[in-house]
Every structure is written in C-alpha cells, then in structure tokens.
Design a protein around this ligand. Structure first.
Ligand SMILES: [Mn+2]
Length: 357
C-alpha cells in the first residue's frame, strides 16, 4: 500500500494561522524580526506571534529581535513596561532548523539593516513592494491598518489565552498606527481594538502613551518651529541634527495639523544620514511613491497613503554638500507635488524672549 505521509494534504488549511503554523512545522527555532527602529506595531506583532507559537508549539524556541534602536520614548516605555525581551538581530540564532519570520516589514525594501537570510514567513500590511522570492508563507494585507490587527486575528483563530500585557501591546500597536485624521484603519482594526481593550492594562497603556521626554526633544521641536517654511500648500521643516531618528516623524505628525499645510516634509540629520518624513492631510495619494521618487538614486523610502519615511546616506557631510542636497530634495518635492517654485515664507516670525521672571 502506498503511503502518502510526506505529501502535502490536497487541501491546505484555509485559516491563515493554520497555514502559518504549517510553514513553521519543520523548524525547532523561530527568530522574529521586523524593520529597523521598530515601532509599536512591529513590537506587538512579534509578541503576538510568539504567543501563537508558544501556545501551539510549547517546545519551540522563539527569539524576538531588535534591528537598530528603540527611538521614540513611547517605544522604549513599551519595551520596558511590557518586559519585551529583545535580542540584537546580529546575535540571533541562525542556520539549519531556524526559521526567520518577518513582521510589519518585507525583505529588500530598505527598511532593514541586513537582508542576509530569506524569511520563511512574512506578515505585513505595507505596500512596500518587497522581494518575496522564496518566502514559503505570505500574509500581506494592505487593507489592514496594522500588522497587529492581523496577528490579533491569529490569536483569535488559535484560541490563544491573552495576557493583559499582550492585549496592551496589540491595542497600542494598532492605535499608534492608525492615529491622525483621516484614519488609515478599517473595520478589522476596529474589531480588534474592541476585542483587545477590555483585556488591556489601562494603567500600563497610559504610561506607555505618556513617557517622560528628554530636553533634547523640546530643543528639536524649537529648532523645527524656527525653521519651518511654507511653499504654497507644502510645509518643509528642518529639524537639524536630531537626538533620535523617530523625532522627525513625530514633528511631521505635529505640523500636518497646521491649517496652512496640505503636505509636510520634516527633514533632519541623524548620524551620517538625512532622514525625511512626509505627511499629507488627505487619502488618495501614495506618499510612499512620492517620497521614493524624491529620493530616487539618493536613498530609500517607503510608506502608506498618508505617511512615508526615507533615508539618504550622506557621502559628503560638509555644510555645502548638505545645502546642495536639501535644494535638490526641495526641487524634487515641488515637481512631485506639482507645487509652483516659490521662495517660501517662514511659518513663524522670530520668537521674542523675555527675562527669566
Ligand atoms: Mn505597521
């Protein structure tokens, strides 16, 4: 009698989480990785996938990794308060029997420090156009507002018991990803938020949302306010040398609420890179594509409808070279956004200072 034990079943399991677990079956270790400088969605997604794996494969070893740094104070608070154990990506186990699972990111999109290993599984909600050759399991759903929403679905499907910390992480992962107006979230995200909220630790959540901020945060905000310029509907702010890279995105989110601006580009220097964040106040334009065109040949960029980020390595860090680069970026922005060339005007006059009262 012919055995068929080595053949895949004629009908694959229909639930995504079952197919994900099937892809993990040959492995005894799993390394979870995300994009560089992980955000709450990336961190929560790793935590959630670990919970799915630990529930269904208790003897599996699962490692969560950190690529780059925890930049935002909120992200550092999340990792500390929820006790998320992160191993630097370069120290993670590798080799035979180890499956790399990538969440909230895709291979070869410029969002990672190294691409030396092809993942076995990729879960993401971005339209980043990664190179997915050789990836056994794919779950990429651009209609989802957060990878955490997809992972919450896996937890529900697999009846994984939800700890308050995991619920807090996933709730914050979705919330922080869908903040602002118009919202980039849909019914699935809202359904997940409704499921998670009663189970989350609201005190921990409040502490994560409101971490203490260093003075350098306010200094960068001051620099950006003093160096914000309007070119028609485009607001460009120069943040200067920044203490951590995510503050550029934070300031872009701050300025897009300005009633004079429909587009915001925040630009700053972090180490040997120029970082950019692009925001728009309406849906229907692909910010990621706009920013990719702006940095074409200079660096990398990616993003969603309303929000995009990019980086340009500085080959020449002299002030003249940086000025030249900024002029080029501005010209390309005008072109991409069809904004007429104009000299630009300062958003704010110089701020008067008073004596220490
Ligand atoms: Mn995300």
């Amino acid at each position: 009698m012919k055995t068929e034990t080595n053949r895949r079943p004629a009908v694959s399991p229909s639930r995504r989480s079952d197919r994900f677990l099937e892809a993990m079956a040959p492995f005894d270790r799993v390394v979870l990785a995300s994009h560089i400088n992980p955000d709450p969605d990336a961190l929560a997604s790793m935590l959630g996938i670990r919970a799915v794996l630990e529930h269904r494969r208790p003897r599996l070893e699962v490692t969560l990794t950190l690529d780059g740094m925890l930049a935002r104070a909120e992200n550092r608070a999340m990792v500390e308060l929820l006790e998320i154990p992160l191993v630097p990506i370069e120290d993670a186990p590798r080799g035979d029997g180890v499956a790399l699972v990538m969440v909230d990111s895709q291979p070869h999109t410029g969002r990672r420090a190294s691409e030396s290993i092809t993942p076995v599984a990729v879960l993401d909600h971005h339209q980043t156009g990664g190179n997915l050759d050789g990836v056994a399991f794919l779950d990429i759903r651009p209609d989802m507002g957060a990878t955490s929403t997809m992972v919450a679905g896996y937890l529900m499907e697999q009846s994984v018991p939800l700890t308050p910390r995991l619920a807090t992480a996933l709730f914050y992962g979705i919330e922080s990803e869908s903040i602002g107006y118009p919202r980039e979230a849909g019914p699935a995200d809202d359904g997940a938020l409704v499921w998670l909220f009663p189970r989350a630790d609201k005190d921990l959540m409040a502490r994560i949302r409101n971490p203490r901020l260093p003075v350098s945060y306010f200094a960068t905000a001051q620099h950006a306010l003093a160096n914000a310029f309007l070119y028609g509907p485009l607001l460009v702010c120069w943040c200067g040398q920044v203490p951590q890279p995510d503050i550029i995105a934070e300031l872009a989110d701050f300025f897009i609420r300005c009633d004079q601006a429909h587009w915001v580009v925040a630009i700053g220097r972090f180490q040997d890179q120029i970082r950019l964040s692009l925001r728009t106040d309406s849906l229907g334009t692909n910010s990621g594509e706009v920013l990719r065109a702006v940095v074409d040949g200079l660096g990398t960029a990616g993003g969603h409808d309303k929000r995009a980020g990019g980086a340009i390595p500085l080959s020449d860090p002299s002030p003249e070279a940086i000025d030249e680069l900024l002029r080029l970026i501005r010209r390309r922005l005008f072109e991409q956004l069809q904004v007429a060339e104009s000299p630009g005007r300062r958003l704010l006059p110089a701020s008067p200072t008073i004596q220490v009262p």
